[in-house]
Design a protein around this ligand. Structure first.
Ligand code: AMP
Ligand code: ZN
Length: 434
């Protein structure tokens, strides 16, 4: 294994018992502050019969009521703030919603802490002074770009705050300043590679990239491998959400085998998405997170809707914080066709492993029993030989059928046909009206 580097070695390799003592101390303090300062939360706790005095061990967390995104929306704009409004120095909102967003406040200490966590993540994957990090995430209300920016500056990298889009300019910046690392959406990384190829460039030879940080939307292992191969780089999975600071909640180390979740800052639980019951370690379910260090707006037992599991065993990198698997999907992204539950990522996993499939695809649902997949395929597949196209099409149909148990209708498209978004990709077009 290559050289392991730590940002805060003591805390990253802390023993389990000391970590749990720290978690309990911080849980009691965060819960207590929220209980004292947020009346709606206090009422909810009273109704559930739990008060700070009842938290005597980490197991007692199960008595604390969950916080859902509806609770956060109900508290809009500032109902769940646990400090005086003047102590908050930053506001972010969480994406992917209709109607009122969720407003998340940060104190000065919260911003510094978020940057610390990102600094741990970047150091762990080899980014530091001497690196040039081009940040292609959206700067603004979304935490993705800003928190990564702060963490990257902290480790001494040169940060290019490029934001998303304007692909020609992105490439020019990467070439002119020797960008070694990018923070990028997986869907945009795929688009960038297509764009370069279409303009006669080789993403592997014409850039000096070493690594990419990819998160903000679910993607499959096959997509990671495809992007690594296209650019000749290492791709590290980066997970986070606004309610818990933004990026850097959980991050892959050089092993690329699960994401270390910083347990000194968050308590992790996996629950049954339907019943809310805690599941045993290793079981797949919904990730529930409790923030332990957030000052302006601590959040207890937040139902993330993200599906994952805790990975067993020690990581060879020496970090003791447990790892979660890549996010398998969101419980609210799951689609049901002919009564079968399907996560879009299962389809992506199949597509990205097939030779001849290009970078973009879309899942279209028109009725309850029909699954249509529109797939862009490599330009060299349109070589005038219809046999090649037909055999690619039946390979896609068969492989998806065996992965998700529903036979799809597959449409093959030329590269560049499907729309590309600047933000998180919209892979599923659901035209069904029920
Ligand atoms: P936001 O609060 O707008 O940053 O959105 C957070 C959500 O983005 C998470 O709850 C996940 O659903 C998704 N997300 C973030 N990072 C990843 C990742 N690495 N893999 C899959 N989904 C992710
Ligand atoms: Zn590790």
């Amino acid at each position: 294994m290559s050289k392991v580097r730590y940002w805060q070695k003591d805390i990253e390799t802390i023993g389990r018992r000391a970590l749990e003592e720290l978690q309990l101390k911080r849980l009691r303090s965060s819960f207590g502050r929220l209980y004292r300062h947020v009346p709606s939360f206090r009422e909810k706790c009273r109704a559930a019969g739990v008060s700070p005095a009842a938290i005597n061990s980490l197991r007692d967390i199960a008595h604390i009521p969950f916080t859902t995104s509806d609770d956060l929306r109900a508290g809009y704009p500032a109902g769940l703030l646990a400090v005086d409004r003047n102590r908050a120095i930053r506001l972010h909102t969480s994406s992917g919603t209709t109607g009122k967003p969720k407003a998340i406040f940060f104190s000065k200490r919260d911003i510094a802490q978020a940057a610390e966590l990102v600094a741990r993540c970047l150091t762990m994957t080899g980014t530091g002074s001497g690196d040039v990090l081009q940040n292609m995430m959206t700067y603004g209300l979304f935490t993705g770009a800003l928190m990564m920016h702060y963490g990257a500056e902290k480790v001494g990298a040169l940060v290019i705050p490029a934001g998303p889009g304007n692909t020609e300019r992105q490439i020019a910046l990467m070439q002119d300043f020797g960008t070694t690392a990018v923070h990028i959406l997986p869907s945009y990384a795929l688009y960038l590679a297509t764009f370069m190829q279409q303009h006669g460039m080789d993403p592997k030879k014409d850039l000096s990239l070493k690594r990419a940080y990819m998160g903000a939307e679910p993607y499959s292992e096959k997509t990671r491998l495809k992007i690594e191969k296209l650019f000749g780089i290492d791709v590290y999975n980066c997970y986070g959400l606004t309610e818990m600071n933004g990026p850097g909640v959980a991050f892959e180390c050089l092993e690329k085998n699960g994401l270390h979740l910083w347990e000194d800052n968050f308590i992790v639980e996996i629950v049954d998405p339907v019943t809310g019951q805690q599941l045993p370690e290793g079981a797949e379910g919904e990730l529930v997170l409790t923030s332990l260090c957030r000052e302006a707006m601590p959040v207890m037992r937040y139902r993330t809707r993200d599906i994952t599991r805790i990975l067993a065993g020690k990581c060879p990198c020496g970090r003791t914080h447990r790892r979660i698997s890549r996010i398998l999907g969101r419980s609210d992204d799951m689609i049901i066709v002919r009564g079968v539950n399907i996560f879009p990522q299962q389809i992506e996993q199949v597509l990205m492993g097939i030779r001849g499939v290009a970078q973009n695809y879309q899942i279209v649902l028109e009725s309850l029993d029909e699954l249509t997949i529109r797939v862009e395929i490599a330009r060299d597949m349109f070589d005038g030989n219809i046999e090649h196209l037909l055999s690619l099409k039946s390979e896609i149909v068969e492989k998806i059928r065996s992965a998700v148990l529903v036979k799809p209708i597959v449409e093959l498209l030329e590269p560049g046909t499907l729309p590309v978004t600047e933000g998180k990709a919209k892979r599923v077009i659901d035209k069904r009206t029920i």
